[in-house]
Ligand binder design. Structure first.
Ligand code: NAG
Ligand code: NAG
Ligand code: NAG
Ligand code: NAG
Ligand code: NAG
Ligand code: NAG
Length: 281
């Protein structure tokens, strides 16, 4: 197992840190979102009046996006801390990582979803194999023209394959920005909405560091990957090799707690979305 971990970590590599002061803007939160330590740290807080959030200054069409996060400790019930990508406008594309808080001592849930051309409903949820509130861990969205891979500490936990040739929409035409937020969702987030946010514990705070966006920037002057000196990066063709497939099978059998593709109540009589009937990775 250790050998496998090392191989997977090596395969996916680690990226150099960006600078929040240059790369992102705190867009909401009435002072509850702060860029600290010369651009090396962001704190997002939630109090009874508001949560907070930031977004990338650039928008991208494909890339590898890493960030480290340390989540709200102790009683985080009702809170949702996010790292996600989204396009603007109608029929939008979105790739979500949402960390659903919990009562003290109870585990966080990593809720993931993919929207393509306005259609989502592709939820998969995971437990983590560590306590995400004690130290920073790395969360990654790798998005290329063939697939989306979500990684936790450089280990793949979810893949969404481009099956556009089979009529299944895939996000591949609309540029997306990177977003992060901390907000209150105690109407649904924790134990189905039965456990509410305890506001006497506010403010709740989550931290972000080592943000790195290594992607094709779409701007008024074109697409940065059209520049051949920037092109040809590993993430552009990254898939899973045998080690990656072994890891994701292990994660999905041991740590996945919800998969829309096996929710027979929601999709009775095998009416599952088409991608559920195709190879998963
Ligand atoms: C990040 O960028 C800001 C603004 O340009 C600069 O003041 C700061 O020194 C940079 N931080 C680091 C760690 O280089
Ligand atoms: C919170 O803890 C409970 C009890 O362990 C668990 O059933 C639930 O899935 C956890 N996560 C959320 C988001 O409710
Ligand atoms: C909220 O937290 C406070 C401080 O720890 C505690 O005294 C109180 O009992 C909690 N309220 C609920 C409803 O659990
Ligand atoms: C291409 O990228 C290199 C390295 O970032 C840069 O020096 C060069 O100016 C870019 N060329 C164009 C045409 O954008
Ligand atoms: C599912 O199939 C059963 C038996 O074939 C049928 O009675 C039932 O109406 C079907 N349900 C739906 C929602 O199509
Ligand atoms: C108020 C409270 O319970 N604080 C605890 C939160 O959790 C950390 C460890 O994760 C403890 O050290 C604090 O005492």
């Amino acid at each position: 197992m250790l050998k496998l971990l090392v191989a997977v970590a090596f395969m996916f590599g680690a990226a150099a840190a960006g600078n929040f002061s240059k790369d992102v803007t705190v867009t909401w939160g009435n002072g509850n979102g702060k860029i600290l330590n010369g651009g090396q740290l962001v704190s997002l807080s939630l109090d009874k009046s508001t949560g907070s959030g930031f977004e990338s200054n650039d928008q991208f069409l494909f890339g590898r996006f890493d960030v480290q996060m340390k989540l709200v400790p102790n009683n985080s019930a009702g809170t949702v801390t996010t790292f996600f990508m989204s396009s603007q406008g109608n029929a939008h594309d979105e790739i979500d990582l949402e960390f659903l808080g919990n009562s003290s001592g109870q585990p966080y849930t990593l809720h993931t979803n993919v929207f393509a051309k306005g259609v989502g409903g592709r939820e998969q949820q995971f437990r983590l194999w560590f306590d995400p509130t004690v130290a920073f861990h790395t969360y990654t969205i790798l998005w290329n023209s063939q697939r989306i891979i979500i990684l936790v500490d450089n280990k793949p936990v979810r893949v969404f394959i481009n099956y556009e040739a089979k009529g299944i929409p895939f996000p591949n035409t609309q540029p997306m920005k990177v977003y992060a937020s901390l907000w209150n969702a105690d109407d649904w987030a924790t134990q189905g909405g039965t456990v509410k946010t305890n506001w006497t514990l506010a403010p709740f705070t989550a931290y972000y560091s080592n943000y790195n966006a290594n992607g094709c920037v779409v701007s008024g002057s074109g697409n940065s990957c059209a520049n051949s000196t920037v092109g040809n990066q590993a993430w552009q063709t990254q898939g899973l090799d045998a080690n990656g497939r072994n890891w994701i099978r292990l994660v999905q059998s041991k740590y996945m707690i919800y998969n829309y593709c096996t929710d027979a109540k929601r999709f009775p009589n095998s009416t599952f979305p088409s991608e559920c009937k195709l190879p998963r990775f």
